[in-house]
Design a protein around this ligand. Structure first.
Ligand SMILES: Nc1ncnc2c1ncn2[C@@H]1O[C@H](COP(=O)(O)OP(=O)(O)OP(=O)(O)O)[C@@H](O)[C@H]1O
Length: 822
């Protein structure tokens, strides 16, 4: 029986003899402005009894009394309260406003009674990190709704409040039903929606295409929503089967055999022609392919769009086993999967797949039907996936896309990439060969990547090219409002815009329904639109490497060196017609401060540690959770600075969970609470809910990104632990500040110190900027970057304040973009 105290919004999940589901109206749901766009609905953690008040998030006394306390963190403490519950309760308190609407009794399916026995039969060493991993935040998966030819294959319009299709594959024998892979799509909260719509059924495959048939319940919705602008589309591109085209297939097979027997240039070229239709390799490709085929780990640095994918595609075809491609974003994976040539079968595993979809992929992997598998770095937390790879699959090599994410010195460091280490891969997967690929990396970044993957120096292949376009990003809201006020329809796109709205904006932009998007770097990765003629960059960047990929993808211009010298430019018909550099020392100071504020002091760390390890903590292997957003407020650590993550997951076994949308009539509970009360595992809990879903009793969403953890050992010495962690975090902070300094140095030199002997003039500083950028990239190295000569060097360089930059940029934009109705 499920207890629910309506006034306190808390419940206790019972031993699972019979399960009652509550539907509630969540009156107090508020919109989230976070990436996850998850609502703020939450339920309470396990309580001793039924509390009559909403749970309080009471902080504890720091175990480090001598540390200086921050003003912001001054709180009352209550050391009498059971500490463990407070951890779990910390962020689960905002459920006021629910009203109970009805209680449904779900028929006991037999599975529900087996909850306890399931637990007992499970491995007691349950690792929450493997179960509660986030596969990717990322760019909206609808970012690439069509392939380059404009085909919109295998795209299913879904009801936005609905997860998990009942996928059937009449053309492919159903794979053995495998367990839901741990780590896939597990949120901290599950929201059951008893009134949810049914989900479209996707049937696959007939001649490589999927057809979508709306389920009975969703038919009505689909008809309506088809006309909705910006409807979220779910790209059902989880596999791309090998397409043998008669004797063409036989020719490819023969060419593969030949290249395998003798990996000569000639054989490689023949294979390239047959599989991709190209006559010759581009710079760096052949060398990289031959190295990988020879089993040598390789570091490949080629500019964006130069054909890095080919360097894993051909070896994948030639080598006998499976190739794993690690990619940071789902949209990138989808794009890469789509671009595999017909001769190479591919699949992807990502967090937003359902159990059926993941099972289908796993079945195909077992059957050897997949040659290239795209996965996120978080997938390597998934013990089931790892043991399957090790025991049942032979992996030829692992290709790591956007490998710069490994390095804290890179422009796009991702903690989850830190676990991509040769030693780990060797022991976990029996893999010896790695191909690291990136378009941009400084010497320091390269060093980090090659060290992590144990790539010998001689195996570095680098066709260096710095593009010179310059980019800023803007105070988007302001600019957008200004444009709209002046009759130019525009939308903003930045990290604080809820994901659903971002997806909608992206779709409108990609389908040319809106012409202006005022965006930050959040718009960058994963966007592939080739008919953008004009890009206005209007803000300062924090690093020389700032999002080089963006402008390349938007119209093939390439972007580079936005900076503290701020660059403001206009590209028309692929020609830069206006460039202005501005320098703003005040803004530099501001950015430096922001970078510093990413760090945390020892007191904050101590505060967090005292919550993780309360005095009366018993090592009971319970799962606790800290919702990211509230954790960062509570401990005064910026969410994006990853500090909490570093503390909780010193080995960077980070976990976050997917967000969800605001809906009424739903029942919300947190996974750790139920798991702990029922002494089960989150996997079994989710299996159970899936089961209910398959009985069409519920639909559910996962929401509220959270850090989930179990405490395996108490630290012996809080002081030294806090000190060590602080040191690590301040190193990261130092990197950021140093990058800013480098940036400012270039800016300052350009504007104030350039002696104008290298072709610079009072208003023209491209030569000296090039020189500085080369120096930046080539520190400690003899590599000389090539510069393309696309830029029309017209511009002016003056020292000016940032508001003026914005004003100037905005008025340029206003002149350029036609107003609505004109
Ligand atoms: N040898 C070649 N000859 C002609 N075109 C090629 C060759 N190799 C790759 N291409 C094409 O170049 C385009 C870009 O390739 P790809 O997407 O692999 O680039 P990339 O370096 O991975 O880019 P990114 O950094 O954006 O991921 C693709 O359309 C690909 O088919």
């Amino acid at each position: 029986m499920l207890h629910y105290a309506a006034d306190s919004s808390s419940f206790i999940f019972p031993p699972p003899a019979a399960i009652h589901l509550l539907t509630m109206a969540a009156d107090s749901i508020s919109d989230s402005d976070s990436d996850s766009s998850g609502s703020h609905i939450s339920a309470t953690p396990p309580r001793v009894s039924h509390p009559s008040h909403p749970p309080e998030s009471t902080p504890r006394v720091s175990p480090i009394p001598t540390l200086k306390r921050r003003k912001l963190q001054t709180r009352t403490t209550n050391s009498d309260e059971p500490e463990i519950q407070k951890i779990a309760a910390a962020d689960l308190s905002n459920v006021q406003g629910f009203t109970m609407k009805k209680i449904l009794k779900v028929s006991d399916s037999g599975r529900s009674t087996s909850f306890s026995s399931l637990v007992l039969s499970r491995c007691p060493s349950f690792d929450p990190s493997s179960d509660l991993s986030k596969d990717d935040v990322a760019a909206p998966h609808s970012a690439v709704p069509s392939d380059r030819a404009g085909n919109r294959l295998n795209i299913v319009r879904l009801h936005p409040n609905w997860l998990g299709p009942e996928t059937l594959s009449p053309a492919v024998p159903p794979p053995p039903l495998l367990k839901r892979p741990t780590g896939s799509c597990v949120g901290n909260f599950v929201r059951l929606n008893i009134n949810g719509y049914g989900r479209a059924k996707t049937f696959s495959y007939r001649k490589g295409k999927k057809r979508t048939f709306p389920s009975h319940r969703s038919r009505k919705f689909s008809r309506v929503s088809d006309k909705e602008e910006g409807q979220v589309e779910d790209v059902r591109w989880s596999t791309k089967p090998w397409q043998s085209s008669g004797c063409g297939g036989a020719l490819v097979a023969a060419a593969v055999d030949a290249a395998r027997a003798e990996p000569s240039d000639e054989n490689m070229r023949k294979l390239l022609k047959l599989t991709h239709g190209y006559d010759c390799f581009r710079e760096g490709q052949l060398e990289a392919i031959k190295q990988v085929v020879a089993g040598e780990s390789t570091m490949l640095v080629l500019p964006t769009g130069s054909g890095k994918s080919l360097c894993y595609q051909l070896p994948a075809l030639i080598l006998p086993g499976l190739t794993l491609v690690v990619s940071p974003l789902i949209s990138l994976m989808v794009d890469q999967l789509r671009q595999l040539p017909p001769a190479i079968s591919g699949g992807l595993l990502c967090s937003n797949q359902t159990r059926e979809e993941a099972s289908e992929i796993l079945g195909q992997l077992h059957a050897g039907h997949i040659k290239v598998l795209f996965v996120s770095p978080e997938r390597f937390l998934n013990s089931e996936f790892l043991s399957m790879c090790k025991d049942a699959l032979s992996i030829s090599f692992v290709a790591i896309d956007e490998a710069h994410c490994i390095s804290e010195w890179s422009h796009n460091f991702r903690p989850s990439y830190l676990r991509l280490r040769a030693s780990e891969f060797r022991s976990l997967l029996n893999v010896q060969c790695f191909l690291a690929m990136t378009a941009t990396a400084t010497i320091r970044t390269l060093h980090d990547i090659m060290a992590a993957l144990e790539i010998p120096n001689k195996n570095l292949i680098q066709a260096f090219q710095i593009r010179e376009n310059l980019q800023l990003f803007a105070e988007t809201e302001l600019v957008c409002k200004h444009l709209c006020d002046n009759n130019i329809p525009a939308k903003v796109y930045h990290g604080s815009v809820p994901m659903k709205e971002r997806i909608k904006t992206l779709e409108l932009f990609l389908s040319n329904k809106i012409r202006v998007v005022v965006a930050t770097v959040a718009f960058g990765m994963g966007v592939d639109k080739h008919d953008v003629d004009s890009v206005f960059a209007m803000v300062l960047s924090r690093t020389l490497l700032f999002n080089e990929n963006l402008l390349w993808k938007l119209g093939g211009q390439g972007g580079m060196v936005d900076s503290l010298i701020v660059i403001f430019y206009l590209i028309t018909q692929h020609t830069i017609s206006f460039v202005a550099f501005y320098i703003d020392p005040l803004y530099y100071k501001m950015l430096t401060k922001v970078a510093c504020s990413d760090g945390v002091d020892e007191y904050a760390i101590g505060n967090l540690l005292s919550h993780i390890f309360p005095k009366d903590l018993s090592l009971n292997r319970n799962i606790y959770s800290l919702i990211k957003e509230s954790a960062s407020c509570r401990f005064d650590m910026k969410e994006e600075s990853s500090s909490v993550r570093h503390v909780l997951y010193p080995n960077n076994r980070s976990n976050t969970c997917n967000g969800s949308e605001k809906k009424h009539g739903q029942y919300v509970f947190d996974i750790p609470t139920i798991v702990n009360c029922a002494r089960t595992t989150s996997k079994d809990l989710l299996d159970h809910i899936q089961n209910l879903k398959s009985l069409e009793e519920v639909t559910y969403d996962l929401k509220d990104p959270a850090f989930c953890f179990t405490v395996v050992r108490k630290p012996d010495d809080f002081f030294s632990l806090a000190t060590n962690l602080t040191t690590i975090l301040s190193e990261i902070e130092k990197c950021k500040v140093q990058k800013l300094d480098e940036m400012f140095e270039v800016a300052n030199f350009t504007v104030k110190e350039c002696n104008r002997i290298d072709g610079c003039s009072s208003m023209m500083h491209t030569p000296c900027i090039r020189k500085k950028v080369s120096e930046y990239f080539c520190k400690d190295s003899n590599v000389q970057p090539n510069f393309s000569s696309r830029i029309q060097n017209r511009g002016r360089y003056i020292e000016i304040d940032f508001p003026s930059v914005m004003k100037a940029a905005t008025s340029e934009l206003m002149d350029f973009v036609p107003k609505a109705g004109t």
